[in-house]
Design a protein around this ligand. Structure first.
Ligand SMILES: Cc1cc2nc3c(=O)[nH]c(=O)nc-3n(C[C@H](O)[C@H](O)[C@H](O)COP(=O)(O)OP(=O)(O)OC[C@H]3O[C@@H](n4cnc5c(N)ncnc54)[C@H](O)[C@@H]3O)c2cc1C
Length: 433
């Protein structure tokens, strides 16, 4: 097929009339004005929901990337929105700046990471969008707009997490911090102990997270704290080998849960602790080679342990095929209208399912548990919510939709999937003007 597009996991596919890679903002604006609609902008295609799917035009900003300018005194940098996080880390390090926090991988484009409220972990650390100082975007009529925190903070809060539906971000100015070094430690502990001391353990570090390994009764806890010590060697990653072992045990012992549990538990307890110091850009990201699909819900912080206990019980009772660890993180509250962390200290719980198999029965069974605890879904990860649900979860929902209408009066960025999220009509699919 000429114009085949798919996301990272292969779960979402599209055959748009056109896949375009504009070379600069002028070409981007022209595409917004004239390419077949709906027009969806792609980052690196690492979302699990059909946010980028379009039968009209998919626009990739891979050529609109790199540093525009920087301000050393305020640790600010203006970059083009197609810049991948991996490249961004090196750009920033070279000018003495660092991202205050990062998620698990560095493959996303900064525009894509902002679009879905991508986050790392740490109770005082916000998601990437909280670093925004200014945005330059192309609106639904192909006009350039620029908003700054100093000039119009509301518009930063409205457009900072915007799912590619409030214009196409062309350039963003981020508030960074001076480069820094982290001491990262990993160790395993019984899940019961972790759940009992969840709040103290998560708050005791600048950044902490943990993985529950299904059928192990143990978690792997990861803590990162600022350090002035000399760098030491980062141990070779063994996540993929660990996953391969868990998958083999799943396949061989799926119907022998006690033996599976005993073997996994024995192996996990022997996992050696890790302790190293490295520059920030060498710490956060890992390689994810085994493809999966994922659901992540952002819950009120204090609900994390109870929700996780229910998710573990569900998985181990009804979904023996699951072997991917569950990831638990915390995220600081913020003021962005469509941020799942809006005014709420958050515990995020992520569940994963091998991309080779249908993830939906597991996700459908888990979702009511997350929702019962007041969870808001990660915009880029599997969920089944629609406009009426979001209206209840987001106090500024109507305000955000009013801004969206102003930026995109002709619904140029509204595919059928986006129409369901926003409760509006999809945009016309022909050439616009
Ligand atoms: C292996 C893996 C690990 C992950 N780890 C994490 C993690 O640790 N933390 C976390 O929070 N998430 C994580 N995610 C999810 C991922 O960070 C988000 O889905 C993110 O949005 C993907 O970025 P992307 O560049 O691939 O964007 P895409 O998925 O391509 O697009 C995401 C959204 O952003 C919009 N968009 C993209 N570029 C622009 C632009 N220039 N202007 C306006 N809108 C734009 C798109 O239209 C779409 O709505 C992970 C995903 C995978 C596959």
């Amino acid at each position: 097929m000429a114009n085949a597009w798919s996301n990272w996991s292969g779960f979402v596919t599209a055959s748009p009339k056109r896949i375009a890679t504009p070379a600069d903002v002028g070409e981007l604006a022209e595409l917004v004005r004239s390419a077949p609609g709906p027009l969806r902008v792609a980052g690196a295609g690492h979302s699990f929901t059909p946010l980028v799917q379009s039968e009209g035009t998919i626009v990739s900003l891979e050529k609109i990337e790199g540093l525009v300018s920087h301000d050393a005194a305020n640790s600010r940098a203006r970059v083009r929105a197609g810049t991948r996080l991996g490249a961004l880390m090196h750009i920033l390090q070279d000018i003495g700046q660092g991202l205050p926090n990062m998620g698990d991988i560095d493959k996303q484009a900064i525009g894509g990471a902002l679009g879905t409220a991508t986050h790392g972990s740490g109770p005082t650390l916000g998601a990437y969008h909280t670093q925004l100082e200014a945005v330059q975007l192309v609106d639904g009529q192909g006009k350039l707009r620029e908003y700054t925190r100093a000039g119009n903070q509301d518009m930063i809060h409205a457009t900072g997490v915007a799912l590619g539906a409030f214009g196409v971000l062309a350039e963003v100015t981020m508030n960074n911090i001076a480069t820094y070094r982290l001491r990262r430690r990993k160790w395993v502990l019984p899940v019961g102990d972790m759940l009992k001391s969840f709040e103290t353990m998560m708050a005791a570090h600048r950044s902490a997270e943990f993985y529950y390994i299904p059928f192990a009764d143990y978690v792997q806890f990861i803590a990162s704290d600022l350090s002035d010590a000399a760098p030491t060697t980062r141990p070779t990653e063994d996540d993929e080998e660990g996953l391969a072992t868990l998958r083999k045990l799943r396949s061989a012992l799926r119907w022998l849960p006690s033996l599976r549990r005993a073997l996994i538990r024995g192996a996990v307890r022997k996992v050696p602790a890790e302790d190293y110091v490295q520059d920030w850009l060498n710490v956060y990201a890992s390689d994810r080679r085994t493809k999966f699909n994922e659901m992540e819900y952002h819950l009120p912080y204090e609900e994390g342990p109870n929700a996780l206990a229910e998710i573990i019980a569900l998985t181990e009772k009804h979904f023996p095929e699951v072997y991917f660890p569950m990831e638990v993180r915390s995220v600081a509250p913020d003021e962005f209208w469509l941020s799942p962390f809006y005014k709420r200290l958050t515990c995020s719980i992520a569940i994963h399912h091998d991309a080779a198999n249908d993830p939906l029965p597991f996700m459908r069974a888990a979702e009511p548990i997350f929702r019962k605890y007041g969870g808001r879904p990660h915009w880029g990860k599997m969920h089944s919510l629609k406009a009426a649900d979001f209206k209840k979860l987001y106090p500024r929902w109507d305000d955000a939709l009013a801004v969206r209408r102003d930026i995109d009066p002709d619904n140029r960025f509204v595919s059928p999937y986006m129409a369901g999220l926003f409760g509006i009509q999809p945009g016309p699919s022909g050439i616009q003007r």
